[in-house]
Design a binder for this molecule. Structure first.
Ligand code: ATP
Ligand code: MG
Length: 278
């Protein structure tokens, strides 16, 4: 994403996103964090081509999402945490077959892939039940399976473990780690769960009122915020303390989080730091 803006013109209380830039490569995971209404879902929808940016450029695998939509999104799996993303009157299996067909996956190939994903995500027992009858956790699994159908190179997830029990959360995290490390898939996930971000992500992007507060590696962020320890901020996971510090201050983040981002392993763009202006 390069200098991406999205403004919901004329809509009251619509923050959108402002001047957002970041880069993510295969095998890497980026956590999008921010309070309610900070713009995480908007970023996810922009990346998935579901919203058109008001300005700026989004490319996936070198293809522009706006101009070469089909090519850019061919190997992108998207999971919106929204229950409306599946057809409630269709069974889980029908939903999966339908979304597989939309991706050009039919017949035996589709059946094999669905069977494998249902096994992997442990929802084989509910395949023939209507999506509307499923528990939220089960529906989340179906949604994740739909996102994994195209064997994505980029997986974009909006609160993937929302509503899941503890064991299922761990299971999904294990799966996401596997998808990133073994299959070399890039993962972008929006989450409110700091331990999830800490556990999975190499990069973190914190949003507040649609603006980037910081983009950094987990390691870099931890280093910069070391001073929190001296101020006796007690929090577990540590990212929670950092998050609260960065998102609750009225005057902006502390000195330790300003400036350019140096990630060590790769360059993460933050040339557009707009909060605070720098
Ligand atoms: N279609 C839309 N029309 C108008 N405003 C919108 C629209 N979609 C989002 N917004 C506004 O954009 C801002 C960011 O919303 P977004 O859903 O991206 O936040 P979020 O960080 O995902 O929040 P949450 O943690 O609650 O999911 C909010 O002010 C929201 O009201
Ligand atoms: Mg959201």
């Amino acid at each position: 994403m390069t200098k991406v803006y999205k403004d919901f013109r004329g809509r009251v209380l619509a923050t959108g996103v402002e001047d957002l830039s970041f880069t993510i490569r295969e095998g890497e995971t980026l956590a999008l964090l921010g309070p309610n209404g900070s713009g995480k879902t908007t970023v996810i929808k922009l990346l998935a081509g579901l919203l058109v940016p008001s300005a700026g450029r989004i490319t996936i695998g070198g293809s522009d999402v706006a101009r070469q939509r089909k090519k850019a999104l061919e190997k992108v799996g998207v999971m919106l945490g929204d229950a409306r993303s599946v057809y409630w009157n269709l069974t889980a299996l029908d939903n999966l077959e339908y979304f597989a067909a939309l991706r050009g996956i039919y017949g035996k190939r589709a059946r094999d892939r669905i069977k494998r994903l249902a096994g992997l995500l442990d929802f084989e027992d509910v395949l023939t039940r209507r999506a509307g009858e499923l528990s939220r956790g089960m529906r989340q699994r179906v949604l994740l399976a739909i996102a994994l159908l195209p064997e994505p190179r980029l997986l974009i997830l909006d609160e993937p473990t929302f509503g899941l029990d503890v064991a299922s959360r761990h299971e999904i995290r294990r799966l996401l780690r596997e998808v990133a490390t073994e299959k070399g898939c890039a993962v972008i996930l929006a989450t409110h769960q700091m331990e999830e971000a800490q556990d999975l992500a190499y990069h973190v992007c914190i949003l507040r009122h649609g603006k980037v507060v910081t983009v950094d590696t987990m390691e870099g962020l931890l280093g910069k915020m070391e001073r929190l320890k001296h101020r006796e901020v007690q929090s577990s996971p540590w990212l929670e303390g950092v998050f609260l510090e960065l998102t609750s201050t009225v005057d902006g983040p502390s000195e330790s989080c300003r400036g350019n981002v140096s990630t060590g392993r790769q360059e993460v763009l933050h040339d557009s730091c707009s909060y605070p202006p720098c």
